[in-house]
Design a protein around this ligand. Structure first.
Ligand code: TXE
Length: 491
C-alpha cells in the first residue's frame, strides 16, 4: 500500500506517484513500500493544517478534553504495543525489547501531557491598579512542522506530537525517510480516536524535498526538529526567513566522568550501556569516557573486555544485546570516523571493524574503544553516532570539569563518585542539559530534556515542553476606562 501520506484526514499517495522501499538494516529484507512525498505534498499538508487550525476545530476543544484525548491515545498505544514495537524494530533493526520499552515510554509521554493539558489556563498578574484585570493566557502557536530522526522514530515524534496537541495546535509530521512505519500507525490511532481532519498530517520522504517546506513556508508558525547538527543549522537558517519559532535537539558528545572512588563495577557496566545501547545511535550516548588517571588502566582493560563480549544480532534474535547501524551510508560514516581517529593518533583497543559471518547481511559495526586520544581531536569533538567510545583521563576535579565541558555540544553527561559533595559540585559545574549522578541514560517525561550550546534550542518534555508549543498572551482589562488627558483636547 502506498496511500501512506495522511493529509486532511485522508490516506493518499504522493502526488508524483513516487514510492520508497524500506528495508530492515539487520538483514536488508524488504519491510514495506511507502509513498515518497515531494514539496507539493508537504505544501498540501501545510494548507490542511492551516485550515484546520484557523477553523478552530481542535483549539476550541477545552484543554482538559484535549488532555482526555491524549490519555485515550496512551491507552490505545498500550493495547497495540506489540504491533507498534515490531514495526519499530523492523524499520530500525533495534532489539524488540528496546522497541517495547520505547512504546511504554511513548504511552507515558502521552499520558503525562494528557494530564498536564488542562492544569493551567494562565496566570493573573497584579497590575498595581484595582480597576485592572491583567492576565496571561497560553494559546497554541498554530501550525507546527515536526521533523524527526530514525534512531527513536516514534519516541521523538511523540515528544513533539503530544505537547503540540495538548496545546491545541495543528501539525505536519515528517519522520525520517528511513523509518516511517510507526508514524503511519500513530496517525491511524489519532484518526480512529476522532481527531478532526487536518489537525494531524503526515508526509513521508527525503528531508531536502518533503521536509524543507516545513522550515521555510510562511504558513508554518513553528518548526521543531530533532536530528543532526548540520541539518539543524540549515533548518534554523531557513526558518529565519519567516521568523518562525524554532526548537532544535541536535545530539551531543556526552562526557561520562568517572572518579577513582566510584563503584567500579557499576561504573564500567553503565559505561557500556552509555556507549553501546542501540549501537551508540543515541543523542545522549556516553561517547566520551573521562576517567581519573589512578584507575584508568584498570577501567579501560575491563571496559574493553566487556565490550568484546557484547553480542550483536537482529531485532528478533533473543541472544542479541545490540543491533545494526541504520544504513550502509551511516556505517560508512562511522567507519570513516574511526579511520580519521586512527590517523590522528588514536589507538583501537577493540572493535573498529564490521560484523562478519551472519552479521555481514546487515550494517553491523563492532563495539569500539579508542584510547590515546586528546581534546581537540575529531574523535573527541564530533558525534560518531555509532558504537564508538573514546577514553580521556584527568587528575583532579577541576581538570575533570574542564575536560567534560570542552565541547561545542551540551546535551547530557554523567558523574560517577561516592562522594556526595563532589557529585553535587561537579553536577553544578557541568554545562549540559541533563546530568546523571551514578547512572546513565534515564529520563522522565516530567523532566525537561534538551541541550546547552550547539546541542540545540528549547526543551522537550516537562512543563517547558508544553510551553514550547504555546504563545503567552497578556490580556489587560481596564474595568473603569477614563480620559487620560495625556493629549490636550483642542476642539
Ligand atoms: O540526520 P538528519 P542524518 C546526527 C548523527 C548522525 C547525523 C546525520 O550524528 O550521524 O546526525 O544523520 C530531515 N529540511 N543525528 O543525516 O539529516 C531528515 O529527513 C528539513 C543525531 O540521518 O539530521 C530526517 O527526518 N528536514 C540525532 C531528519 O531531518 C530535513 C538523531 C533528521 O535527519 C532536511 C539522528 C532539510 N533540509 C542523527 N534535511 C539526535 N539528535 O538524536 C534532512 N531532514
Amino acid at each position: 500500500m502506498t496511500n501512506t501520506l495522511f493529509i486532511d484526514g485522508r490516506w493518499v499517495p504522493a502526488a508524483s506517484g513516487e514510492t520508497r522501499e524500506i528495508r530492515n538494516p539487520a538483514d536488508g529484507e524488504l519491510v514495506g513500500v511507502v509513498a515518497e512525498a515531494g514539496a507539493e505534498d508537504t505544501e498540501a499538508a501545510i494548507a490542511a493544517a492551516r485550515a484546520a487550525f484557523d477553523g478552530g476545530a481542535w483549539r476550541a476543544v477545552p484543554a482538559p478534553e484535549r488532555g482526555d484525548f491524549l490519555l485515550k491515545v496512551a491507552d490505545r498505544l498500550r493495547e497495540r504495543k506489540a504491533e507498534f514495537a515490531r514495526a519499530e524494530s523492523l524499520d530500525t533493526g533495534k532489539r524488540l525489547v528496546e522497541s517495547e520499552i520505547d512504546m511504554d515510554d511513548i504511552a507515558a509521554c502521552f499520558a503525562y501531557f494528557g494530564k498536564l493539558a488542562g492544569l493551567e489556563a494562565g496566570r493573573l498578574v497584579d497590575a498595581g491598579d484595582a480597576d485592572v484585570v491583567s492576565r496571561i493566557v497560553y494559546e497554541p502557536i498554530g501550525v507546527c512542522g515536526l521533523i524527526t530522526p530514525w534512531n527513536y522514530p516514534l519516541l521523538q515524534a511523540a515528544w513533539k506530537i503530544a505537547p503540540a496537541l495538548a496545546a491545541g495546535n495543528a501539525f505536519v509530521l515528517k519522520p525520517s525517510e528511513l523509518t516511517p512505519h510507526t508514524a503511519i500507525l500513530m496517525m491511524q490511532v489519532l484518526d480512529e480516536l476522532g481527531l478532526p481532519a487536518g489537525v494531524a498530517n503526515l508526509v513521508l520522504g527525503a528531508g531536502a524535498t518533503a521536509g524543507a517546506p516545513l522550515s521555510s513556508h510562511p504558513d508554518v508558525d513553528m518548526v521543531s526538529f530533532t536530528g543532526g547538527l548540520e541539518t539543524g543549522k540549515v533548518i534554523a537558517a531557513a526558518a529565519a526567513g519567516t521568523v518562525k519559532k524554532v526548537a532544535l535537539e541536535l545530539g551531543g558528545k556526552n562526557p561520562n566522568v568517572i572518579f577513582a572512588d566510584a563503584d567500579f563495577d557499576a561504573a564500567v557496566d553503565n559505561a557500556l550501556n552509555g556507549a553501546f545501547v542501540h549501537s551508540g545511535q543515541v543523542c545522549s550516548a556516553g561517547a566520551r569516557i573521562i576517567v581519573q588517571d589512578t584507575i584508568a588502566e584498570r577501567f579501560v582493560d575491563e571496559l574493553v573486555r566487556r565490550a568484546q563480549g557484547i553480542r550483536l544480532g537482529g531485532p528478533f534474535d533473543e541472544a542479541a544485546e545490540t543491533g545494526p547501524l541504520i544504513s550502509a551510508a551511516h556505517r560508512d560514516k562511522v567507519t570513516a570516523y574511526v579511520e580519521q581517529a586512527v590517523a590522528e593518533g588514536a589507538r583501537v583497543r577493540c572493535g573498529g571493524a564490521w560484523g562478519e559471518g551472519e552479521l555481514a547481511k546487515g550494517y553491523y559495526y563492532l563495539p569500539t574503544v579508542l584510547d590515546n586520544v586528546r581534546r581537540g581531536m575529531s574523535a573527541v569533538r564530533d558525534e560518531a553516532f555509532g558504537p564508538v567510545v573514546t577514553v580521556e583521563t584527568f587528575s583532579d576535579e577541576d581538570e575533570a570539569v574542564a575536560t567534560a565541558n570542552d565541547t561545542h555540544y551540551g546535551l547530557a553527561g554523567a558523574v560517577w563518585t561516592q562522594d556526595a559533595g563532589r557529585a553535587q559540585r561537579v553536577a553544578g559545574r557541568l554545562r549540559h542539559g541533563t546530568v546523571w549522578i551514578n547512572d546513565f541514560h534515564p529520563y522522565l517525561p516530567q523532566a525537561e530534556w534538551g541541550g546547552f550550546g550547539q546541542s540545540g534550542v528549547g526543551r522537550e518534555l516537562g512543563p517547558t515542553g508544553l510551553a514550547e508549543y504555546q504563545e503567552a498572551k497578556h490580556v489587560y482589562h481596564n474595568t473603569r476606562p477614563q480620559v487620560t488627558g495625556w493629549f490636550e483636547d483642542r476642539k
